[in-house]
Design a protein around this ligand. Structure first.
Ligand code: 5GP
Length: 347
């Protein structure tokens, strides 16, 4: 047994130190980023915020809505090939270019990914997603998908340490998804005791990925726009959001009425609810590692996404970053023991 003594940080442990800036207005801040991906050589330009591949977040409707803001959606893996076919008939190029096709790592998943990718050349992102990205099986699967799709952008995860980021990039991933345990409806840390504070995971994994010419997605744990900015400040190239985008018209969750008020069901993809819906219940050998919650229904996602992007723009003006790309270079985090003033309740 070993104990690492370095303190690891989450979003709530830091704030940005403001810096002198020549920017007059947040409207001068450019959130669009351009990437050229390591293996596929693909270029992509957009706002690197991604709706999570959860079945009450990453829907086709979410993809169409977020694409209008230049943002991405990792569409969940529970749509059928026919559902995808119907979507690709209706969706515009901007939407298709900003969609990730999510997949697990079974042979059936591999075949389904092939069938979906064959529907349109405009689908360019594949998101290989398993809860424990430390499995050798994931590395082999990434190699297999890379061999089959040399010119598609492949994201793989989830992991939280630099060694595994490097292994996945060397196996063929362009992007590595980072986060174990920080999610709003995740109970992995409670059920298993495993995890890594998300800001430190992002800082360490971004360093490893950038050293090899890869990118990372900071996935999970953002509860407000300030956290999204901190994820970018820590070095995340992309930030993935579940809970912040759940509970909206476009999220695709079940609406429930209670006492005349509308709520939307939101649950982890390893929760009892998800396993009951997609796998015929929780298998005997495992525990559910996700929660089910009811969120007050929030209407369209349009206002929420504008609010998040507005917050990140504002962060950039406070530290003097004219472009999102410059945010991490302009970032000095200060460690803190307080965040917002809650005397009149939470924002
Ligand atoms: P959020 O933005 O809600 O804090 O986090 C979203 C992320 O939580 C997802 O992208 C995914 O990585 C993770 N997640 C989703 N469902 C579950 C679950 O049931 N269990 C765990 N451990 N993580 C989950």
């Amino acid at each position: 047994m070993r104990i690492e003594q370095d303190l690891k940080l989450g979003f709530k442990d830091v704030l940005f130190r403001p810096k002198r800036s020549t920017l007059k207005s947040r409207s001068q801040v450019e959130l669009t980023r351009e990437f050229t991906f390591k293996h596929s050589g693909r270029q992509w330009s957009g706002v690197p915020v991604i709706a999570a591949n959860m079945d009450s977040v990453g829907s086709f409707a979410m993809a169409a809505s977020l694409a209008k803001h230049g943002c991405m959606t990792a569409v969940h893996k529970h749509y059928t090939v026919q559902d995808w076919s119907d979507f690709v008939a209706t969706a515009d190029t901007q939407t298709l270019n900003n969609v990730m096709v999510s997949t697990g790592t079974s042979d059936a998943d591999f075949q389904k990914t092939q069938d979906i990718m064959a529907l349109s050349d405009e689908l360019i992102f594949i998101c290989i997603d398993i809860a424990n990205g430390y499995s050798e099986h994931l590395v082999e699967y990434v190699q297999r998908v890379r061999a089959q799709f040399p010119d598609k952008v492949i994201s793989a995860g989830n992991v939280v340490t630099g060694d595994m980021v490097e292994e996945l990039i060397l196996a063929g991933a362009d992007i590595v998804k980072v986060g174990i345990g920080p999610g709003s409806v995740c109970t992995t840390r409670v059920k298993t005791g495993v995890g890594y504070p998300q800001l430190s995971a992002i800082i360490e994994c971004a360093d490893a990925a950038h050293g090899l010419g890869g990118q990372i997605i900071g996935d999970g744990g953002c509860a407000c726009a300030g956290d999204v900015a901190k994820a970018f400040g820590g070095g995340a190239d992309f930030v993935m959001l579940g809970g912040m985008l759940a509970g909206h018209e476009e999220s695709g969750g079940e609406i429930i009425e209670q006492d005349g008020k509308q709520f939307m069901k939101f649950y982890g993809m390893s929760s009892q609810s998800a396993m009951d819906k997609h796998s015929g219940g929780v298998a005997k050998y495992r525990a559910a590692e996700g929660k089910t919650v009811l969120l007050p229904f929030r209407g369209s996602v349009e206002y929420t996404i504008a609010d998040i992007l507005g917050g990140v723009r504002s962060t950039c003006t406070y530290v003097g970053a004219a472009k999102l790309k410059e945010l991490t270079k302009r970032t000095t985090f200060i460690r803190v023991q307080e965040q917002e003033n809650n005397v009149y309740g939470k924002e």
